[in-house]
Ligand binder design. Structure first.
Ligand code: 5RP
Length: 232
């Protein structure tokens, strides 16, 4: 069922892509649906797009699907970027980084004229409350962990994965700390505080200033949230 809702969100957002667009390609299972829908549009409509992938995982899928790719070096300004989220609110606050791609995702989102988020409706919450992924320089992970605890983190975990012993390495060669703060009352302030810690490269809080709209997949079809109001 969730997969169907992700596809609904992906179809709704992928409609926004126009011929000739440079498109930021997000990471995660919902973003994978977006790539699939874009490939279908390329085949059926002859849509010409250039994708900028936000992770190695997305790049590999895009190559497999035959999507044309480029880099931020060649295209530092994107027409649109479409990406998933782990948790989001009606006020367009997000937590991202479940797939460990938050740093490149935020760079790409910032370079895009329009940043569109896709998610199934289960991601919508009243207040952000899941642990916040924080990408850190490996050299600095311990002092950053202490700084996170000092600023009020209830728990901080160095992310580990499967298929490899030890910490997960991001595509940028860094570590991820997942820091729990309970319910986050002021995501914008927390984002600024986290980015201010020396050794932190980026955090997974995305604020309304860069989020243009959210396309939710629901049982009744797509639902679009934009800047605090429903627009579709
Ligand atoms: C990866 C992300 C993903 O967009 C986020 O984890 C959502 O993934 P999914 O669509 O698989 O639930 O931020 O870093």
């Amino acid at each position: 069922m969730k997969d169907r809702l992700k596809r609904i969100a992906a179809e709704s957002a992928a409609e926004l892509v126009q011929d000739g667009d440079v498109v930021g390609l997000g990471t995660g299972t919902t973003a994978r649906h977006v790539l699939q829908v874009l490939r279908e549009r390329v085949e059926k409509e002859g849509l010409r797009i250039t994708g900028i992938p936000t992770s190695a995982d997305t790049r590999i899928l895009a190559v497999k699907l035959g999507l044309r790719l480029s880099t931020l070096e060649e295209h530092p300004e994107l027409d649109i970027a479409i990406d998933g989220a782990d948790q989001l609110t009606r006020r367009l606050e997000l937590i991202k980084g479940g797939g460990g791609a938050l740093l490149r995702e935020k760079v790409v989102a910032n370079c895009a004229k329009r940043f569109v988020v896709v998610a199934d409706e289960s991601k919508l919450v009243e207040r952000l409350k899941m642990p916040v992924p924080v990408e850190v320089l490996p050299f600095a992970w311990k002092p950053v962990e202490l700084a996170l605890r000092e600023m009020g983190a209830l728990d901080v975990r160095l992310r580990t994965g499967s298929g490899k012993a030890g910490p997960v390495m991001t595509d940028n060669g860094n570590y991820i700390l997942d820091a729990s703060f309970g319910e986050i009352e002021k995501p914008e302030r927390l984002e600024a505080e986290l980015r201010d810690i020396t050794g932190v490269l980026e955090c997974g809080i995305f604020c309304p200033a860069i989020v243009g709209e959210v396309h939710l997949g629901t049982r009744h079809g797509p639902r679009v949230l934009g800047q605090g109001r429903e627009v579709k």
